[in-house]
Design a protein around this ligand. Structure first.
Ligand SMILES: C[S@@+](CC[C@H](N)C(=O)[O-])C[C@H]1O[C@@H](n2cnc3c(N)ncnc32)[C@H](O)[C@@H]1O
Length: 488
């Protein structure tokens, strides 16, 4: 086959997303072009069209999964999650199980490190009778990963976060490798299954670990996969994601849990959405992209308003602004730091069920130094949307104002977890941990804030940046970092 054109590689990329869910940015087009040529040749397809059709077959999907998935994993990854798994999730499931079994799924299990860690954790932390009732199932789309998992032999690198004594308890050294105890091996069952496909997932699960795979999926696939996992989980069941992954923007069916210094999710007991979804006052033809924050949506709204205000509006319509347009107007006033007028614009309409307006109101109140009211506004917003990173960040400011340093740190940690690209909580955490005398952590927070500030969205800086622009915030963080790094 001749070298594929860019358009052909892009079609291949789109098919890869359809078949495996995986998303690749433009920097990966060259790699995809080579893979396309290799796969066309290996599959015997006579042209691109034939090959694109072939991609849906089991054999070709397996070949692509071998080539395109990232199987990086290790034992007891994020030990705090293992503790929360045993002490919160398993404990609750065993309590509710009435002597029956407790079902755990490791979704995207790679070479078995994760499901075996879960099985070992159950045995280490539960009485023998309870541990026997824990069934661990594991799935992955890559057959090569499943072969490794079933073989259950690992190099020392797979134990980089495991104390030697713990490794020695469950593994026997065989040359340069470590072989898993057969009792643990037999406690886990493995299946080939595509999270992005249609084949049913195991049902009635009590706990799901789905770590470090959603981040490789296209946004609509992430949502579909989370919906599939949700349908498989029992009401009240627990979902653990990777350390840099969040359900924010993907599902509101869960509550966020924060114990053992780690985050995870619990499916609300009735499995239903927590609150009535906010009314859509200005329906948009397409969903906003997953990584869009509400402020981007509002910015688009503001542009619409600007366009609208350039057209003459009939007097009757002008008299009663819709809640959404009053929000847009409030944000324009906010930009000009006309806080009182912005507040008046918000108060002129009924925004009780609109998370965007509640967040704008809370941000305004914080900027005006009305912290008690801001705290109440955050509480109203969190009652509607408890995964709002912005609300947790504003709550951190309110806690700090009240002198509750630890509470402020906790709220910033929540905000950063829910929205890992949000720069302001990282900066604020730097300030708070520096005040607490934890210089090493403060330096890490400022370094992270500097990283994030480069890409932080202008509208978010406007709302949460306390009146400083990007350059000022960057200079501030750099100066703090410098002072922490300078020899004393
Ligand atoms: C980085 S590993 C994560 C392993 C483990 N969960 C952890 O956190 O250590 C990602 C795994 O996701 C699997 N994967 C990728 N796409 C998948 C899909 N569509 N369905 C099921 N598994 C998938 C890959 O084969 C790989 O083993």
């Amino acid at each position: 086959m001749r070298l594929p054109s860019t358009a052909q590689v892009q079609r291949f990329r789109a098919r890869v997303t359809e078949v495996l869910g995986l998303q690749h940015d433009d920097s990966r087009l060259e790699m995809l072009g080579k893979l396309l040529m290799d796969r066309c040749a290996a599959s015997g397809a006579r042209d691109l069209e034939t090959y694109l059709a072939l991609m849906g077959t089991d054999d070709e999907r397996r070949a692509l999964a071998r080539a395109l998935t990232v199987g990086e994993s290790y034992f007891f990854r994020v030990p705090a999650q293992m503790q929360a798994f045993a002490e919160v999730a398993l404990a609750a499931a065993l309590d509710a199980s009435d002597g029956g079994s407790v079902r755990v799924l490791s979704a995207a299990c790679a070479g078995g490190e994760e499901p075996y860690s879960l099985a070992i954790t159950a045995r280490e932390r539960l009485p023998a009778e309870a541990a026997r009732r824990v069934e661990v199932r594991a799935i992955d789309v890559n057959p090569a990963a499943l072969e490794r998992a079933r073989r259950a032999r690992y190099s020392a690198w797979a134990f980089r976060d495991v104390p030697d004594a713990q490794r020695a308890r469950w593994f026997r050294q065989r040359g340069a490798e470590f072989e898993l105890d057969p009792a643990i091996r037999e406690a886990v069952t493995f299946d080939e299954l595509n999270l992005a496909g249609d084949a049913p997932l195991p049902r009635d699960l009590d706990v799901i670990f789905c770590r470090n795979v959603l981040m490789y999926f296209a946004p609509d696939v992430m949502r579909r996969v989370v919906d599939r996992l949700t349908a498989s989980l029992r009401p009240g069941g627990y979902l653990f994601l990777g350390a840099s992954e969040t359900l924010r923007g993907l599902s509101t069916a869960y509550e966020l849990c924060h114990t053992h210094q780690t985050f995870y999710y619990r499916l609300r007991p009735d499995g239903a959405e927590p609150h009535a979804p906010p009314p859509t006052l200005t329906p948009s033809p397409t969903l906003p992209p997953l990584d869009a924050t509400w402020v981007q949506a509002i910015q688009r709204g503001a542009e619409r308003v600007r366009a609208l205000t350039e057209q003459p509006t009939p007097r009757a319509e002008r008299a009663r602004p819709s809640p959404r347009s009053s929000l847009e107007r409030a944000l324009l006033l906010f930009r000009e730091e006309r806080f009182d007028e912005a507040m008046a614009a918000l108060e002129g309409a009924d925004h009780a069920q609109d998370p965007d307006a509640l967040l704008a109101r809370a941000a305004l109140l914080t900027n005006m130094g009305r912290f008690d009211e801001a705290d109440e506004a955050c509480a109203d917003l969190l009652a509607l949307d408890d995964l709002s990173g912005g609300a947790h960040y504003l709550r951190a400011l309110c806690r700090e104002h009240r002198g509750d340093l630890e509470g402020a740190i906790r709220e910033d940690e929540l905000a950063s977890h829910l929205d890992p690209r949000f720069a302001l909580p990282a900066m604020h955490l730097g300030l708070l941990t520096q005040r607490r005398g934890d210089s090493a952590r403060a330096a890490r927070c400022f370094a992270r804030a500097i990283d994030l500030l480069h890409d932080e969205e202008p509208e978010r800086l406007l709302l949460f940046g306390g009146g400083f622009d990007r350059a000022a915030l960057l200079a501030f963080c750099r100066a703090r970092l410098h002072s922490l790094e300078a020899p004393r």
